[in-house]
Design a protein around this ligand. Sequence first.
Ligand SMILES: Cc1ncc(COP(=O)(O)O)c(C=O)c1O
Length: 377
Amino acid sequence: MIDYNSFPNPSYIIDESLLRGNLEKIKEVADAADVEIILAFKSFAMWKTFPIFREYINHSTASSEYEARLALEEFGSKAHTYAPVYIEEEFEEIMRCSSHITFNSLNQFNTFYEKTKAHGISCGLRVNPEYSDVEVDLYNPCAPGSRFGMVVGQLPEELPQGVEGFHSHTLCESNSYDLEKTLIEIERRFGKWFYQIKWLNLGGGHLMTHKDYNRKHAIEVLKSFKARYPHLHVILEPGSAFTWQTGVLTSKIVDIVENSGIKTAILNVSFTCHMPDTLEMPYQPEVEGAKIGNQGPFVYRLGGNSCLSGDWIGDWSFDHELKIGEELVFQDMIHYTTVKTTMFNGIYHPCISMWTRDGKAVVLKRFNYGDYLGSMC
Ligand SMILES: Cc1ncc(COP(=O)(O)O)c(C=O)c1O
């Protein structure tokens, strides 16, 4: 159990033992299914923790020049890079830092492929199977009109020379049965090209560390696919699964206000700045010791410390009256938080910390005015 008192407040705190637990589960799937599972930086990129990841996995993804550089210089291996577009000015650096580059369109492939030859990079195309179980359009790469990937009618019978792989990302917090259905669709639409490629990247969204995820079933699905296409190197690049349920964001109540009978506890953190997915997705995060909903006995909204009117979420029910100065702890706040946070309003940014497996509190990063200043000019 993390000892919150040993950390500055507010702080994101990642629990090393829980992280290692997830990494072990992911490695088990990779080994048993004979696939490669790599970390998607877009969900988590706390580079001081990369040595822990490297005990279990070898590669990461990049969606930009900076992520590709992070892969090479901090993760210690070249990136599997995919971005919806590449621009001339960044491409040299992307090539320096990538082992694989996936292009979103034939146009982009044709623009850059010649350059990649000198670097021994394996190139691929993103394909769009026009099938996804994801219901929220914000997270659905296969929604009609999506800008991601080539649909089946856009691929030539013979792939252009130099295309060695397909990349398809369709899932989001999905289970092994969604993976199974997705694979059937990918195979149905794109199977006839498989003999022309060497690798198939099945993107992210595989929530294999969720308590209800059937890892045994996922292994069976992947093994049976591999049995049909033994020449294909299958890659999965989940993000969330790596740091799912591995830590918290601590906060404190700074004031309690009341309007129209609604009580709001205003915190020293912000939903929009520090937990942006809660408003974007949206979803209501769990708070330690509270129940989601207004069943009572003590019902509060929680409000952020930014000036955005919508920087609040409600309701939570507590078993006691909240007091100024009390600590509130948001659960599962490691994936898609620290990579997405902002210093909007110049608000103090929570520290980033780790609770080590031998019970030590380590503050990995404290933000200060210089970080705010440096992000603008
Ligand atoms: C191309 C690609 N790969 C991997 C991921 C990681 O997905 P997740 O964090 O849901 O596993 C995403 C998420 O948007 C993505 O777009």
